[in-house]
Design a protein. Structure first.
Lengths: 139, 493
């Protein structure tokens, strides 16, 4: 732990930017390239970098595993609830036109909502898989 | 909400799966699963009745009109199978609670229910979607859930079986996607109906044949059509009993439907069956499956593995009807999809009872079962007899149509093969029946645990169904006839 000073300092500098970039890719997804999956992977990469530098113990204390395990179904729930809201307003499943007064606004809200679902699920599953492999044999 | 039934039958199980995963409460998970199961049945029956009364239902997902958007296309054929799968898997869910408590670790039970419902949602999705790529997505959803289900058993060999299936299943899905990619290049569309229209005036014959080959082989891996069946016996043998009953009665059937859909509704009868080699390959592989798998089944000592091989043989019967390709042959296939689903559910549920009560896994442990557990013994006997196709059971109905179909085509070899493979089935079933009824119990057996009511009830119900639908075919044979007549042999999709 003493010798990797450079790594620790530089990753501490990088981490906020990685997370910020993840959110940029997430929210910029409906104007340009990007979206929930890519953003989720970038976000998870940030946490994975943290784990590699500071060790699994500290990482699991700061970002508990249970949170990520719950994020996996939570994202799918966000996705399906978006679909069900359109259903409840008499539109077809996942028809975003139902989500606002103007169809165009509805499309914006809808795509943001389901991409948020994808984002949450992807972070959850990426980090869960990573934790599962790293923590093998240590329990 | 009824007009949204095509979306709801797929979403309800998936919502159930997500809720179970989020709540993870050991007493609630069963209840949530049952609620989402029964509401799926409700909407699947509404779907079938609507498809019967107003004809094919088209549902535009997300409001994007087909062929651009994803279309769910419900006709009398797939809604019949959706209803079948919803009902069978609900009954297995009722049975599941006590069985899982014995066979699974406490912390895995919620995950199991969740994966069960996710798999169910994926299977119904494959049945209902009218989009080639959406079918692939659902194929993957159901397969991934299946891998988890298989790996969950207490036997560590289940992990290996799941891994084996993971590799083979992924290869199958990849081949399928390559096939879909070729079709997309040729026609520029992913909507199956649109494709079937556009294929009419395509001159590129060779890429078309290549796509047919890729898709057929890809799906055949999922069906476990001989010789691509290697994953199935281990997967069935080492999965938890509930998982085995569920997979055996639903998963392969759905893949068979997908194959039928491609052959008859997308490529069209004329294109596929003008190709003599294709018919020859399908027929001969089916016959080899009927013989080979039954032969291997005779020498099995593991009870679940025996019936797993018998499943491979029975899948041969179903694909045989696809190869015969006339009205009666196809009806035979369709009826056997339904009947085999009921038979295998009954058998594997009965085996689940045996595992629950006295940890029976091998055949020789069955000795004297007739005296110790008469009800379960009768269930196993009756449902195994319907595997052979004894008159008065469902197996007879399917074989009747298959024989009729092959006689009409003048395929005497096939008729002969059907007879001989029935004799092979008689041998492996006979071994079990002899042990159950005519041998004395081996000493040192643990006294059976008391069976919970719902496990016995569901097993008996399934067994009664195998006899009932063998006598009264209004709900199976007649509906299958209508489905074949109106959908497959009627106008193309």
């Amino acid at each position: 732990m003493r010798l990797d000073l450079l790594l620790r300092i530089s990753s501490k500098i990088f981490l906020p930017f990685i997370i910020l970039f993840a959110f940029y890719v997430q929210f910029h997804g409906d104007f340009g390239p990007g979206g929930g999956f890519q953003a989720g992977v970038i976000f998870a990469a940030g946490i994975i970098l943290y784990t590699i530098i500071f060790g699994i113990k500290k990482a699991q204390k700061d970002f508990p595993e249970t949170i990520f395990n719950y994020m996996v179904p939570l994202g799918v729930l966000i996705f399906t609830v978006t679909g069900l809201i359109s259903l409840s307003k008499g539109f077809n499943f996942l028809d975003y036109d139902a989500l606002a007064h103007y169809p165009k606004h509805g499309q914006h809200i809808g795509i943001i909502a389901i991409e948020l679902g994808v984002f949450v699920t992807v972070i959850g599953s990426m980090v869960s898989i990573f934790y599962a492999f790293v923590a093998r044999g240590k329990k | 909400m009824n007009e949204h039934a095509p979306a709801l039958v797929v979403m309800l199980p998936i919502i159930g799966a997500v809720l179970i995963m989020l709540i993870r409460h050991n007493n609630l998970n069963w209840g949530i699963a049952l609620i989402s199961g029964i509401s799926t049945i409700y909407y699947s029956i509404i779907l079938y009745l609507n498809a019967r009364s107003i004809g094919t239902i088209s549902y535009a997902m997300g409001g994007w009109e087909p062929p651009v958007g994803i279309e769910y296309r419900i006709d009398e054929f797939n809604s019949l199978l959706i209803a079948l799968i919803a009902i069978v898997s609900f009954l297995i869910l009722v049975y599941a609670r006590s069985s899982l408590n014995i066979e699974l670790k406490k912390n895995k039970i919620s995950t199991f229910y969740s994966m069960y419902l996710l798999c169910l949602g994926g299977l119904i999705g494959i049945l209902s979607t009218g989009d080639a790529f959406n079918a692939f997505v659902f194929l993957e959803i159901s397969s991934l859930a299946t891998y988890v289900i298989i790996s969950m058993g207490n036997d560590r060999r289940g992990l290996l079986a799941a891994y084996q299936y993971l590799i083979i299943g992924t290869i199958g899905a990849t081949l399928y996607v390559i096939g879909v990619g070729l079709i997309f290049i040729i026609t520029g569309s992913l909507n199956l109906y649109d494709i079937s229209v556009k294929l009419g005036d395509i001159e590129l014959y060779r890429p078309l044949l290549a796509s047919l080959a890729f898709i057929t082989v890809g799906i055949a891996l999922k069906i476990a059509l001989f010789p691509l069946h290697a994953w199935l016996p281990n997967a069935y043998a080492f999965a938890p009993s509930v998982g085995t009953a569920f997979l055996a009665s639903t998963a392969t059937k759905v893949a068979i439907y997908l194959l039928i859909k491609y052959l008859y509704l997308v490529y069209g009868f004329d294109l596929v069956y003008s190709n003599q080699i294709f018919i020859f390959v399908v027929l001969s592989l089916s016959i080899i499956a009927m013989f080979g798998a039954s032969m291997i089944a005779i020498f099995q000592s593991n009870l679940k593995k025996l019936f797993a091989y018998s499943s491979v043989a029975q899948i041969g019967y179903i694909t045989l009807g696809i190869g015969i390709a006339n009205y009666n042959g196809l009806t035979g296939s369709t009826v056997h999809i339904i009947n085999h689903s009921i038979i295998k559910a009954a058998i594997f549920l009965a085996i689940g009872c045996l595992v629950f009560s006295s940890k029976i896994v091998n055949i020789d442990q069955l000795a004297g079962l007739g005296k110790r557990m008469p009800v379960v013994a009768v269930c196993i006997t009756v449902s195994s007899l319907s595997l052979i196709g004894v008159p008065g059971t469902v197996g007879f109905i399917s074989k009747w149509y298959l024989v009729l179909g092959s006689l009409e085509q003048g395929l005497w070899v096939v008729v002969f093969a059907l007879a001989v493979s029935s004799i092979l089935a008689l041998i492996y079933v006979g071994r079990i029946i002899e042990l159950i009824w005519f041998h004395t119990p081996v000493g040192g057996m643990v006294s059976p645990n008391k069976m919970p009511f719902e496990m016995i009830a569901v097993t008996v119900l399934m067994t009664i169904a195998t006899v009932y639908f063998g006598i009264d075919t209004r709900l199976t044979g007649d509906l299958a006839k209508i489905a074949v007549e109106n959908v497959l042999l009627g106008e193309q999709l």
